[in-house]
Ligand binder design. Structure first.
Ligand code: IPD
Ligand code: CA
Ligand code: CA
Length: 259
């Protein structure tokens, strides 16, 4: 399965690169004031869904743009055709194609491909995490003041009153530094390879984080909701190298109600 999906995302990546070259303002649709979707998002998802269902006709699909195809088996593919559409539209490299497989309700496979940087991250449950052919592992950073973490602001995009800004103001002074690349899937992969030490965000959807969660877990990291539980991303999303998780959750827990 993973070989098939890896080849599929590489092919879908050429659609992204071609689409980005030809991008005009006419390609942009707005799901809300700042939540952009392009013809390429839709084209990539349609391409992926068609190819997956041709190969696995009894599997289900949960895609960001075209929604749910009911499963006749316990398998469901969770697809974000372009995670980081704002980066894509602004011709920045930090966007990715994210595909995860859920088997009987558990996430068991994840593939995240960044066409602009050529980085292909993948993992299957129990088999380790990889960037290309290189095994990857989380950092061994144990103190927040040595940590670089990423976050995002989907909450602001959604115009939520309870948003990430108070959390950002509390956490960032405690860190070495913060990054905001614009693709939650890629943020999780950068944590899995040890370049980031953690990530947190509120108001994410399962398709933003499903594949990155498998990859980070297989790289030795941990993901939880803001309280340290399993109700993510609904109750917030917190990810780290495991060593920093208690300190991260100690800060995030008090913001959980708004997550
Ligand atoms: C977005 C990206 C971004 C995150 C947003 C997501 P999209 O995905 O992952 O980094 O902050 O919450 O919605 O909308 O470009 O697929
Ligand atoms: Ca997304
Ligand atoms: Ca998307």
């Amino acid at each position: 399965m993973i070989a098939f999906i890896k080849n599929l995302v590489l092919e879908a990546g050429t659609l992204c690169l071609e689409g980005q070259k030809k991008l005009t303002s006419h390609d942009l649709e707005f799901k809300s004031d700042k939540d952009i979707v392009t013809q390429t998002d839709k084209k990539v998802e349609a391409f992926l869904v068609k190819a997956i269902l041709e190969r696995y006709p009894d599997h289900g699909i949960q895609g960001e743009e075209y929604g749910v195809v009911r499963a006749k088996s316990g398998f469901k593919w969770i697809i974000d055709p372009i995670d980081g559409t704002t980066s894509f539209v602004h011709r920045l490299p930090f966007y990715s194609i994210s595909i995860a497989l859920e088997k009987a309700g558990e996430l068991v496979l994840g593939v995240v491909y960044a066409p602009a940087t050529g980085q292909l991250f993948y993992a299957e449950e129990g088999k380790g995490a990889f960037a290309g052919s290189t095994p990857i592992h989380v950092s061994d950073t144990q103190k927040l003041d040595n940590a670089v973490m990423a976050t995002g602001f989907a909450c602001l995009r959604a115009g939520l009153k309870d948003n990430n800004l108070p959390i950002f103001n509390e956490i960032v002074p405690k860190l070495r530094d913060v990054r905001r690349f614009g693709s939650a899937a890629l943020d999780l992969c950068y944590a899995a390879m040890g370049s980031l030490d953690g990530f947190w965000e509120m108001n994410l959807n399962i398709y933003d984080i499903a594949a990155g969660t498998v990859i980070l877990r297989e790289a030795g990291g941990v993901v939880t909701d803001f309280t340290g539980g399993r109700q993510f991303p609904e109750k917030g999303f917190a990810a780290s190298n495991k060593g920093l998780h208690d300190e991260l959750i100690h800060i995030l827990t008090k913001y959980c109600a708004s997550a």
